[in-house]
Design a protein around this ligand. Structure first.
Ligand code: UDP
Length: 325
């Protein structure tokens, strides 16, 4: 059994990673500053004897130097995430996503810890291909549009991680997440499914940006976490980048219709321009679909829950949350 550091362990994905590792018998140290994470996300495991919670920031070099030598594995999930947060505060995005990752990678290269780097499908930018594999070009927009700071900062993280692997033998796996969704995800930072579900449960119109023709693939967080931890236990994964997500495309309009059908068929869709949601300098990604062949070949499995099953789980969780409030 290993001792694992989970940065961002009180966040949406991080809390699921923490639970999964504890369930498998590992020890977990969570480092989180609760900027976008919440203590309540760890409620189910709060008293677990193998869990240590450390409140603090990944931008604190002294704290990182204290925590890293005591662990065997690092799951680096702390980051500035969400298109809305990134659009609202690009400085925070860049500062949170680059320097702390460099520090952690350096410490792990020295200490020999295995390292999972959470990256994002945003690094592909607006590549026009129908399906993106890990060797495809990154096609980012101009620096005058803050959105691209997110993908660009994560691409720098990836470059660093792979360079540390080549130069120092760092045992790193890079995972590019594609629209991970599920219980505990909140809509404040722009994420579409919790926003649609909240609107529908409130009896309000569901707000689709632009014409709703944008295409995404959604993956349930539990399946994504299974892929993440699985890759960290697969030697062939070392030093490589993996797309992690679902690969069933759906338009945002169809997504809205599916949420409405499940919650209340009377709810209307309201179409609003991007400028109203994110300001004038916003640019969206029209289509984002991963090629999962590498993940399937390396791990022998990949996320495959249907969108209907995913939505049912999220709506059930949201209803429980509301009943408990
Ligand atoms: N979106 C929308 N309404 C919302 C939130 C998002 O129509 O209330 C759209 C958004 O423009 C994007 C898609 O849903 O095309 C997915 O957005 P999200 O922020 O969840 O993830 P992204 O894929 O943009 O990182």
């Amino acid at each position: 059994m290993a001792k694992c550091l989970v940065t961002g362990g009180a966040g949406f994905i991080g809390s699921h990673v923490t639970e999964y590792l504890l369930e498998a018998g590992h020890e977990v140290v969570v480092l989180d500053n609760l900027s976008t994470g919440r203590e309540g996300n760890l409620k189910a495991v709060a008293d677990h004897p193998k869990l240590t919670y450390r409140s603090g920031s990944i931008t604190d070099p002294v704290l990182l130097a204290e925590l890293v030598p005591g662990v065997d594995v690092i799951y680096h999930l702390a980051a500035a995430v969400g298109v809305k947060l990134v659009a609202d505060d690009p400085v925070r995005t860049i500062e949170t996503n680059i320097y702390p990752t460099e520090l952690l990678l350096r410490l792990a290269a020295q200490g020999g810890q295995r390292f999972f780097l959470a990256s994002t499908s945003e690094v592909f930018g607006k590549n026009a291909k129908d399906r993106w594999d890990e060797e495809d070009d990154l096609v980012l927009g101009p620096t005058s549009r803050p959105r691209w700071a997110y993908g660009c900062s994560k691409a720098i993280d990836e470059f660093l991680a792979l360079a540390y692997h080549r130069k120092y033998g760092l045992k790193v796996v890079v995972g590019r997440f594609f629209n991970v969704v599920g219980p505990r995800q909140v809509g404040h930072y722009g994420m579409v499914i919790p926003r649609f579900v909240d609107c529908a449960l409130d009896g309000k119109p569901v707000t689709v940006y632009d014409d709703g023709g944008q295409v995404r693939c959604f993956a349930h967080v539990k399946e994504v976490v299974d892929s993440v931890v699985g890759l960290m236990h697969t030697p062939e994964a070392e030093g490589r980048v993996f797309n992690i997500g679902g690969d069933q495309p759906v338009s945002v309009k169809e997504l809205a219709e599916q949420v409405i059908e499940r919650v209340d068929p009377e709810i209307p869709i309201e179409y609003i321009p991007y400028s109203e949601a994110y300001g004038d300098d916003f640019e969206d990604v029209r289509r984002r679909v991963p090629d999962l062949a590498r993940l399937q070949e390396t791990l022998g499995r990949r996320p495959n829950m249907s969108l209907g099953g995913i939505l049912d789980d999220i709506i059930r969780w949201k209803r429980e949350q509301r009943a408990a409030e």
